[in-house]
Design a protein around this ligand. Structure first.
Ligand code: BTN
Length: 334
């Protein structure tokens, strides 16, 4: 079983509680019942995560400016101490894609709720084999292992629930008005801020695992975003300031656990479709659907109980799509 470094977490907890005060190494060592050497190692490792911890000779350690560690896995785990997801949070400065270690751990039987987090991705990927830009400058890239007890026919609902979770988290933290584009894009005034990729392994009647990949443009600059073909934005561009990425990851994982666990109850599924339909800006739009070299135009009329998009084609036929690429053409209502 993958375990968190509990000493490091406990040291951080004490330093945060006594931020700005000097805490002696001997006090930490006797409180946590470990050697001074273990405390020193934990402090070094917290510094590597970005915390600014002063060593004051013959006196002890002092944490200054807790926000200096913007994407600390230990801080995120500590913030999630009251729930089961987020233990551990495994962090890499750089990865090709967070989906890969998550998948390989899931195949080896790793627990639900483990988070893989990267400072940057060299080969981040999106839906339909697209590239996902996640530079070190300020992206959030994470993959979470889930093992939902649902029938595989409901897997599409994981995308919708994750989109709702990200929406609720960002709205709660920043009070911004976001829309959901079916099936799993999160937009601000038509520009993409967050993308979701679900990769699952299942057999009839059982989902073995589903990797929930989330890419969020947190502190990306407009210049970087202009490299993306479609309109894109970031929290920094919207708010005009940098955001604390760890705080967002912790809030996101908390929302995710709630929303994904809810899908295991029939009323949770109904609630997911109801809420998604309310937030989904695709509904009521004239849309272009591209699927298997086919292009269909029509009006998006609803979300099916399995999370498919229901479209009335120009010929008047009702069609249901599960994995298509959708372009919003224009609104049918003012
Ligand atoms: C999309 O909009 O098409 C989905 C983008 C998903 C990106 C995330 S970032 C974390 C995880 N790792 C990846 O390589 N992709 C997902």
């Amino acid at each position: 079983m993958l375990k968190s470094n509990t000493t490091k977490k406990k040291v951080l907890k004490i330093l945060l509680e006594r931020e700005g005060d000097i805490v002696s190494g001997s006090e930490l060592s006797s409180l946590l019942k470990v050697s001074r050497q273990t405390i020193w190692k934990a402090i070094e490792s917290l510094r590597e995560e970005g915390f600014y911890i002063e060593s004051i000779p013959h006196q002890g350690y002092r944490l200054l400016n807790k926000s200096s560690a913007d994407l600390s896995p230990t801080w995120i785990e500590l913030s999630l101490d009251d729930i089961s997801w987020g233990h551990p949070v495994l962090y890499w400065d750089s990865l090709d894609s967070t989906q890969e270690p998550a998948k390989s751990l899931a195949r080896q039987g790793a627990n639900e709720g483990i988070v893989i987090l990267a400072g940057e991705q060299k080969a981040g990927r999106g839906r339909l084999g697209r590239e996902w830009l996640s530079p070190e400058e300020g992206s959030i890239s994470l993959s979470v292992i889930s093992r939902p007890n649902i029938d595989p026919s409901f897997l599409q609902l994981l995308s919708l629930s994750t989109a709702i979770a990200a929406h609720d988290c960002l709205e709660e933290l920043f009070n911004i008005d976001l829309e959901l584009k079916w099936p799993n894009d999160i937009l601000w005034k038509g520009a993409k801020i967050c993308g979701i990729l679900i990769e699952a392994s299942s057999e009839p009647g059982k989902v073995h695992y589903a990797i929930i990949g989330i890419g969020l443009n947190a502190n990306l600059n407009p210049k970087t975003l202009s490299a993306v073909n479609k309109p894109a934005t970031s929290l920094k561009a919207i708010l005009g300031r940098k955001v604390h990425r760890g705080e967002i990851v912790a809030a996101l994982v908390r929302q995710l656990q709630k929303k994904i666990n809810n899908l295991e109850k029939p009323e949770g599924i109904t609630e997911c479709i109801r809420k998604y339909s309310k937030l989904c800006s695709t509904l009521g739009m004239q849309v272009k659907i591209e699927q298997d070299n086919q292009v269909i135009k029509g009006i998006a009329e609803g979300i099916s109980p399995l999370g498919n998009l229901i479209v009335r084609s120009e010929k008047g036929t009702l069609m249901s799509f599960s994995a298509a690429d959708v372009t919003h053409l224009k609104a049918t209502k003012p």
